[in-house]
Design a binder for this molecule. Structure first.
Ligand code: ADP
Ligand code: MG
Length: 681
């Protein structure tokens, strides 16, 4: 999905770019390379920088290594070093009456001699490499044609747009200018009633903003114009999201799944062994209201790793089951599905609920198929439903297999939902008739992204960890400290704790990152007599299960793994997470991995090994040292890497913004949401 320009297709702005005066087939091709096809594309093509040409710097005042724009006439030019085999260099000398400036291009092209002809006047933007003589290499230049359009290109702040071969800044600027002259008064407000008061400043009207983004009076205008155009993009998107939601509410009626006097929940909570936190209880109230409401629930449950989403999911499932409707729970990995299957079987079978597992390699539905057990069709009578078995189906995407029926589906739960695409979510929902939906994620999503990606979901947040958790300490260490780290690890193992050691690769390849299969033998001898197990995605399911089972049963002290264990795995006795090549993981991913420890009462340690020299990588790892707060980490990640990287496979659902900035525009997104809600009301 990309945000369509906020204009109807038949507006004048949708006219092909060739309609503009002076745009022939060659220009059309050049513009197409910049993804500019219509007048509107041209008008919304954001400059990548601006030059203040109101007062140009005299050449005499240029400073070393400081970028600046000057204007002068060429007094000499020529190609140098025309030796066989050597590259030719082109140089011209510019004079503005105060001093001379040498402009050099290390790869001369044949057109340069004609273009940079003596006597011609040029604007030159560059960074002096030397002041004696004054020299810039590979400057950006603009030919000043005598008398032509002076008011567009000089004596003002001018835009420098993204360019392509054959299309100069000056030509582009002229095109934009002409398009504005002709179409500016046809630029319409996308929706009525966008106030000129923005979230952070007074915003101009749209037409005004479009002019300002190209030809600002002051450099500060640029940001104001950007905000206005960004707001329009967010409004457009919110319109789609909220309209979709409205349509959904209009056509779907909810199954009554609000529970039956805690008939099953009460005994479940009694044997659970702990009391729900206030946050868990609050979220459950929100879920109950939805599941007993008029429209099917569409809710996102966010809660940091270890915040206890599973128990909440269990209670939600029981509400549906109390009402006689079955539940499906989908998890992204077999390991996690197995873990859920084990827990839920233990919790639910005593309550008379059948728990079934469906993964690529295992199916437990060898008992009677549930369809035959439940009266379908006409009989929707409550009492008759609850006399039959109700089912919880747990599985991986294998649940989606066509032909695998999920009858009487009241609730669909998707765990670690960021690992799934929207299509898979929809596929599972279609196994029922508008069942309720609860999606859960531990990857905290910055609010901006949440509102953008999941704008059609209601959001619940578990913002509190269960009590009695040991603290997690995080350290970043260089590779040469590894011997000490191993020593430390052995100390912890001696006290009975367990550890994870994570490497980025299964097998070694050219990228030089460490691999589990390679390190396995190494580690076995290094940590002997402690026992080391191996877990990665290329093992057979049975092998993976066996490894997890051994680790859980403490037959194994250390689990050597890939990031496969990132989601869901819950072994409270494991208190050390050691990650090598830490710089090769995303921040959110590292936070997830760290979430595997700190689940019991013992103090836990996360040790990130990295020799990364790159300041960005170091900065990212430092964020982890500083905070355990998933939301802060996600926000840092968003700023450092951008939304595409942060979201991984989710990005498919992310619209492309020309002006909107998901790392910074939370206030605008809120404003857009409210605006649209008011309009649709
Ligand atoms: P996540 O939100 O990451 O899925 P889990 O549901 O796996 O977290 O819960 C993490 C651990 O915390 C589990 O061992 C679970 O039994 C425990 N837990 C959950 N809720 C509570 C609570 N209210 N009090 C104590 N322990 C809890
Ligand atoms: Mg979980």
């Amino acid at each position: 999905m990309s945000v369509a320009p906020a204009q109807l297709p038949d507006t004048p702005l949708a006219a092909p770019i060739a309609r503009l005066w002076g745009v022939g087939s060659e220009r059309v091709k050049q513009l197409a390379r910049l993804d500019i096809h219509t007048v509107e594309d041209l008008l919304l093509n954001k400059p990548h920088r601006y030059e203040d040409r109101r007062k140009l710097l005299p050449i005499a005042e240029l400073r070393l290594k400081e970028a600046a724009t000057v204007r002068g006439k060429i007094i000499a030019a020529g190609t140098k070093g025309w030796k066989k085999g050597a590259r030719a260099m082109f140089e011209c000398i510019l004079d503005d009456g105060t001093a001379r400036l040498h402009c050099r291009w290390w790869q001369a092209s044949s057109w340069m001699e004609d273009y940079y002809a003596v006597g011609r006047e040029f604007l030159v933007f560059g960074k002096p490499e030397s002041l004696r003589p004054r020299t810039v290499d590979h400057p950006e230049t603009e030919f000043v044609e005598p008398g032509e359009d002076e008011f567009i290109h000089v004596n003002r702040i001018v835009p420098i747009h993204p360019l392509t071969e054959g299309l100069t800044a000056r030509v582009m600027r002229t095109l934009v200018w002409r398009a504005l002259e002709r179409f500016e008064n046809q630029i319409e407000e996308p929706v009525p009633g966008i106030p000129h008061k923005g979230a952070t400043s007074n915003l101009p009207g749209r037409a005004n903003a479009v002019r300002m983004i190209h030809f600002p009076e002051e450099l500060t205008d640029v940001e104001i114009a950007r905000q206005r155009l960004a707001l329009d993009e967010f409004v457009e998107l919110q319109m789609q999201i909220q309209q979709r939601r409205k349509n959904f509410e209009a056509k779907s009626k909810a199954l009554p799944c609000g529970g039956d006097q805690n008939r099953l929940i009460k005994p479940f909570l009694v044997q659970l062994g702990f009391k729900l936190t206030d946050a868990q209880t609050r979220v459950l109230r929100e879920i109950r209201a939805d599941m007993g409401g008029a429209y099917p629930m569409r809710r996102l449950l966010q809660g940091d790793v270890g915040s206890g989403k599973t128990a909440v999911a269990a209670c939600a499932a029981l509400m549906s089951l109390e009402c006689g409707f079955n539940v499906a729970l989908m998890a992204p990995t077999e390991i996690l599905a197995e873990q859920h299957f084990r827990n839920f079987t233990r919790w639910f079978e005593p309550l008379g609920i059948k728990v079934e597992l469906q993964t690529g390699s295992r199916k437990t539905s060898n008992t009677q198929h549930p369809t035959s057990n439940i009266q379908r069709g006409g009989d929707k009578d409550h009492a008759s439903r609850i006399t039959h078995h109700t089912f919880l189906f747990i599985g991986t995407h294998a649940l989606l297999t066509s032909g695998f029926d999920l009858p009487q589906l009241g609730l669909v739960i998707i765990d670690e939902q960021h690992k799934f695409g929207v299509t898979q979510r929809e596929q599972l929902l279609r196994k029922g008739v508008y069942p309720h939906l609860l999606v859960m994620t531990a990857t905290p999503i910055p609010r901006t992204l949440g509102l953008t990606l999941y704008g059609d979901l209601d959001v619940s947040v578990i913002d509190e960890l269960p009590p009695g958790r040991g603290a997690i300490k995080t350290f970043v260490r260089p590779v040469d400290k590894l011997p000490k780290v191993w020593e430390f690890l052995r100390e912890k193992l001696k006290t009975g704790r367990q550890a994870y050691v994570v490497y980025p690769r299964v097998e070694e390849n050219a990228d030089g990152l460490k691999a589990v299969t390679k390190e396995f033998d190494n580690l076995k001898s290094k940590l002997a007599p402690f026992r080391v197990g191996l877990l990665h995605g290329r093992l057979k399911s049975a092998e993976k299960e066996a490894a997890m089972a051994d680790f859980r049963a403490k037959h194994m002290n250390v689990l050597l793994a890939t990031s496969l264990i990132e989601v869901g795995v819950d072994v409270p006795n494991a208190t050390v997470m050691l990650i090598e090549n830490a710089e090769s993981f995303g921040l959110a991913q590292l936070h997830q991995l760290r979430g595997r420890i700190g689940r019991g009462a013992h103090e836990s340690f996360c040790i990130l090994i990295s020799d990364a020299k790159n300041p960005d990588s170091r900065e990212r790892l430092r964020v982890l040292e500083e905070t355990n707060d998933g939301f802060r980490i996600a926000e840092a990640d968003l700023k450092l890497r951008g939304p595409g990287e942060l979201l991984g496979q989710q990005q498919s659902g992310l619209p492309r913004f020309r002006f909107g900035n998901l790392a910074e525009d939370l206030a605008l997104i809120h404003q857009a949401r409210e605006l649209v809600a008011n309009i649709l009301r």
